[in-house]
Ligand binder design. Structure first.
Ligand code: UDP
Length: 446
């Protein structure tokens, strides 16, 4: 068994965005720690800034392609053409060594990769970087195969809580925006039929009902949460950070600022790497943060900065720190942080759960609404803001929600629940935990 494992070579293909690269790198680290050789494939513009090897993961870039488009929808097709054109040669080169490639672990968004893997004689494992519940919702509400029941006020689906329209992924009802991305999201369902393995970045206890339900239909393996080991089980001593940041974090400024704040006094605010708020929403948020009267650390990406209200930076100086990017795990783990005001991206959600931080949920699009539903109603580690009729969340609602999590009785209950999930997240990846066992089982069947 040891001999087989030592010669095993796994190719890992994430979608080239931060929220997909992070969990697939973390999964790779867990394989490397078991003696498996892992090669991560990425696009030239990301790979050129990386060392050839990171955390013992071999990194290979696709050749430079000057036709890379800016447009999200077009870039999806571009990526699939790039991979299709080059994967064969890369596999051939890597296989001409004592570590021939056996399996391609591909981002579930790239469902077309399973055919490529099989054509090249490899097994194929789809890696879902989002929740199991989301896949179940897409499974039941696939526009190709089912009638989407949006006429009633709530949707009832097996193993899921009752969902109102505002709890559903936006791709279900926003049919006009990002058509290619929408098609790709539903095409992930193909993986259920074709892939040799299905990995989910979640853990059994977190989504128990839905994991059991999907397992009754097909075999899946939960392998998360994919948080660096030193924040959870601490078995991989070198694994302290994700290691590949597409943005440059202001580490020192953030940590120094947090170090001078009292325990639980800071609201950490971030909308991840992609979400873009409208100008009016930025103004409401800025004013809501100020009137909450709490200290805040707000990540406003450089491309969003021009939407901050005039003179906000000078007015906010006393209460807040605004940075373009931060070391989010260190921030969430800091004793000064009492609440995470989040867009509910799946990584951010798992990070807050794994580090025991209560949340204010302000979902933006895609899978974020169902994540917010689970945060507030199922795991009960946060509350969700309500938008007004114009779709904007008001300054009063923002300030009230923050105070509810930071100060009042409800805040204490949310914190207790958050600590409970932190413990369960650690147990899942620790030796003998459900996710740990699933990784072992995968390797023993290669
Ligand atoms: N992140 C970070 N620093 C920041 C903001 C975000 O390191 O200032 C990381 C965060 O820890 C998470 C990822 O970026 O791992 C964002 O992924 P998520 O799924 O939450 O949201 P997305 O960016 O995909 O919308």
């Amino acid at each position: 068994m040891e001999e087989i494992t030592n010669k095993t070579h796994v190719l890992v293909l994430p979608f080239p965005v931060q929220g997909h690269i992070n969990p697939m790198i973390q999964f790779s680290k867990r394989l490397v720690a078991r003696g498996v050789k892992v090669t991560l494939l990425t696009i030239y513009s990301i790979g050129k800034n990386l060392p050839k090897e990171s955390s013992s993961i071999n990194i290979v870039s696709f050749p430079y392609d000057e036709s890379a488009p800016d447009n999200t929808d077009k870039s999806l097709e571009w990526f699939s053409t790039l991979v299709s054109k080059n994967l064969g040669a890369i596999v051939a080169k890597l296989s001409d060594t004592e570590y021939p490639v056996k399996v391609l672990v591909f981002d579930s968004f790239a469902s077309w990769a399973i055919d490529l893997a099989h054509q090249l004689g490899l097994k194929g494992a789809a890696f879902f970087t989002q929740s199991c519940s989301l896949s179940a919702i897409y499974y039941h509400m696939d526009p190709e195969t089912s009638e989407i029941p949006l006429d009633g006020s709530v949707v009832s689906l097996p193993s899921l809580p009752l969902l109102e329209k505002e709890d559903l992924p936006t791709f279900i009802y926003e049919t006009d925006s990002y058509p290619a991305l929408r098609a790709l999201v539903f095409s992930q369902n193909n993986n259920f039929k074709k892939a040799d393995w299905l990995f989910f970045n979640t853990f059994d206890a977190l989504e128990k009902e839905v994991v059991d339900w999907i397992k009754s239909k097909c075999s899946i393996k939960t392998i998360g949460p994919t948080i660096p080991s030193m924040y959870l089980d601490k078995r991989l001593k070198e694994d302290r950070e994700y290691g590949l940041s597409l943005f440059k974090p202001n580490d020192e400024i953030c940590m120094n600022w947090l170090n001078s704040r009292e325990i639980g006094s800071v609201v950490y605010v971030s909308f991840g790497s992609l979400a873009s708020l409208g100008e009016q929403q930025m103004e409401e948020l800025a004013t809501g943060l100020m009137t909450s009267n709490c200290y805040f650390l707000w990540v406003v990406r450089a491309t969003e900065e021009n939407k901050l209200p005039e003179e906000f930076m000078s007015k906010a100086k006393e209460k807040g720190l605004v940075v373009n990017w931060c070391p989010q795990l260190d921030v969430l783990a800091h004793r000064a942080v009492g609440c995470f005001f989040t867009h509910c991206g799946w990584n951010s959600t798992l990070e807050a759960l794994s580090l025991g931080v209560p949340m204010v949920a302000m979902p933006h699009w895609s899978d974020q609404p169902p994540n917010a539903k689970f945060i507030s109603d199922v795991w009960q580690t946060g509350i969700r803001v309500k938008a007004g009729e114009n779709g904007v969340v008001s300054r009063d609602e923002i300030a009230r929600s923050i105070r509810e999590v930071m100060e009042e009785d409800k805040g204490v209950m949310l914190k207790e629940n958050a600590i409970k999930w932190k413990k369960l997240a650690k147990e899942a990846v620790d030796g003998g935990g459900s996710s740990d066992k699933n990784i072992e089982e995968f390797l023993s069947n290669l």
